[in-house]
Design a protein around this ligand. Structure first.
Ligand code: GDP
Ligand code: MG
Length: 597
């Protein structure tokens, strides 16, 4: 294929603005999938992605599209919309020359519309503004045109109106992509320089590297070298993404495709890395490579300790396909063996939890998620601590620092009050307040990452009736008054329920945890006190009264089957219980403390 007839582009948008649906229309137009094999959201391959309607991994597809002046290859890179995966968005974007920026006609510009636009600007992409979902009765096209001009600084005359649902305008959009997005530059004769923008693991083929070739040519049999690790491999196969992988003889400057080279683990392939050839190295690496570091930590335990081996196998399998998942063995007095895991954010955590439970049929308990604190001791030692179990003796601590984010919230000004107080309650420091137009405001806050881990997003949505949108980036670490909150059940600390908290939030968190436990822990033959404590000091307390009546007493004598049913039901419930000391804690108790406080 002539380089002049190649276009590399991505679709960027706020979540739910219709990326995946539009990608489906493109796929149908290019006929790479038989109509009878077509199903919705083809690029979203995991069950969870389909169900939740979110894209988690970047995906690429090569669309051959015939126009009057010939055949074009359009390489579409579908990017994950969620902030947890922003590094993947950024790598996917840098493999393109242009971006289709989708705006939901009924919602208008939202927080991730802006953050994705800035990313696209950073990579000098040509941007085509697109107003999507014009079939909706609530579509407000004039308003969107105004926002494109005013908020985004783009030319509203270039905006394309489409409906990914009905297909209206899709042909115009494809034409605009070919006309306005530049063909890739780069020279096939130069030394190989290619960008790894993703990878996945195939049980039969090993690691499949997704790459964009900037310069040079790649053929099977070539020896390649990974810039960051220096590891060398012989290329076995290269090809393009046609939903299924389609082998080709070569990939050259401007192309997007895959390579297979006997790479055993995706840990050896880093997203953002540069691929070159040891016998003819490119002069520089492609810019922007960095290590992806987890920012949220939690321990995962099987509810039933017999399932530990199952968990070990499941974690090993997940790790094959998810290089950003990091974990090590962990051990809790209350919950037994498990894993301490690091995640890119709360969504990443939830996705992993769901996959473990769904794909591997495990019953799990997760501890309260934590950020990573940098702690300086009096003797000058510095520690990174993300688990309450590693928290040093408070007397030895000189200074604790916590990660901070810059949060951007876009809201109709009707909800300005609630948004400001939400952020203020979460220790936010207001940095800016920009009226985007007469009725919409962008708020910029600096705040602790720890404060957005717990129900921040849910609160934001409910306080704004779903209208406010949110995005953030990590900026730095700042000093924090840190404390370890312990939860005692019947006088015994339950290690898995301890958490690291900002001292000023400790009472509130302790009260919430105690209250939730009181609701979740069934009554016992004896009174069960539940306490929240810092060091030796109790700061919150609830008591579960003792069980008075025999539970079967109310099934008067004769009805054996009813009595049996009740006992069976109790047994069933107990399967999912953990015994701590002599108190039985249901899984829901751990979950409620994790979710609610
Ligand atoms: P993504 O999160 O950007 O990938 O968005 P999706 O493609 O998953 O779409 C989000 C929701 O909007 C889904 O319920 C779609 O059915 C719906 N949707 C997408 N495009 C359109 C459209 O053009 N018109 C209408 N009415 N709904 C759409
Ligand atoms: Mg999607």
């Amino acid at each position: 294929m002539n380089q002049r007839n190649v276009r590399n582009f991505c679709i960027i948008a706020h979540i739910d603005h219709g990326k995946s649906t539009l990608a489906d229309r493109f796929i149908q137009r290019s006929k790479i999938v038989e109509e009878r094999d077509f199903r919705d959201q083809l690029l979203d391959s995991m069950d969870i992605e389909r169900e939740r309607g979110i894209t988690i991994k970047s995906q690429a597809v090569t669309l051959p599209v015939e126009f009057e002046d010939g055949l074009y290859l359009l390489n579409l890179v579908d990017t994950p919309g969620h902030v947890d995966f922003s590094y993947e968005v950024s790598r996917a974007i840098s493999s393109c020359e242009g971006a289709v920026l989708l705006i939901d006609a009924a919602q208008g510009v939202e927080a991730q519309t802006l953050s994705n636009l800035y990313l696209a600007f950073d990579h000098d992409l040509h941007i085509i503004p697109v107003i999507n979902k014009i079939d909706l009765p609530a579509a407000d096209i004039d308003n969107c045109l105004h926002q494109i001009n005013h908020d985004l600084g783009l030319d509203p005359d270039e905006a394309v109106l489409v409906s990914g649902k009905t297909g209206q305008g899709v042909e115009d959009l494809l034409r605009a992509i070919v006309e306005h997005i530049p063909a890739p530059a780069g020279e096939p004769e130069k030394p190989l320089q290619a960008l790894v923008f993703d990878s996945h693991y195939d049980p039969y083929r090993g690691v499949i590297v997704h790459l964009r070739v900037f310069d040079g040519t790649l053929k099977p049999g070539d020896t390649i070298e990974m810039w960051s690790s220096g590891l060398q491999y012989e290329v076995e196969e290269i090809g393009r993404f046609k939903i299924a992988l389609e082998k080709t003889g070569q990939l050259s400057a401007g192309d997007v495709g895959y390579l297979i080279a006997g790479i055993k683990t995706i840990r050896d392939v880093r997203v953002g890395d540069t691929v070159t050839r040891p016998d003819a190295r490119c002069k520089t690496a492609l810019p922007g490579f960095r290590e992806v570091k987890p920012v949220v930590f939690s321990s995962i335990y099987p509810v039933d300790t017999n399932e530990y081996q199952g968990l070990v196998q499941a974690m090993d399998k997940l790790r094959l396909n998810d290089a950003s998942l990091v974990f090590e063995k962990d051990n809790s007095a209350a919950l037994g063996f498990g894993f301490r895991c690091g995640f890119l954010g709360m969504l990443h955590l939830e996705v992993i939890q769901e996959r473990l439970e769904r794909e591997f049929d495990l019953n799990l308990v997760l501890t309260a998620p934590s950020v990573e604190y940098e702690i300086e001791l009096n003797d000058g030692t510095r520690l990174l601590v993300d688990s309450p179990m590693d928290y040093p003796d408070p007397g030895t601590i000189k200074l604790a620092m916590e990660p901070f984010i810059r949060a951007s919230i876009i809201t109709p000004d009707t909800y300005l009050g609630p948004m400001l107080s939400l952020c203020n309650d979460r220790r936010g420091i207001q940095k800016d307040m920009i009226y985007l137009d007469t009725s919409r405001v962008e708020l910029v806050f600096e705040m602790p990452l720890a404060e957005v881990l717990f129900d921040f997003y849910d609160n934001l949505k409910s306080l704004s009736r779903g209208y406010a949108s949110f995005d953030y980036e990590l900026i730095d670490r700042r000093p924090v008054q840190l404390a370890r909150l312990d939860i005692l059940v019947n006088g015994k600390p339950v290690d898995a329920l301890s958490m690291l908290v900002y001292r000023g939030n400790a009472e509130r968190r302790a009260r919430a945890a105690c209250k939730q436990l009181r609701q979740e822990i069934p009554r016992h033959q004896f009174k069960v006190p539940i306490q929240g404590a810092i060091g030796g000091t109790v700061i919150a307390r609830e008591t579960i009264p003792a069980l008075r009546k025999d539970v079967t007493a109310k099934c008067y004598g004769g009805d054996i089957s009813r009595k049996r049913k009740l006992l069976e039901k109790q047994k069933e419930g107990k399967k999912r219980m953990k015994t701590v000391g002599n108190v039985e804690l249901p899984q829901s108790a751990f979950l409620s403390v994790l979710k609610g406080s």
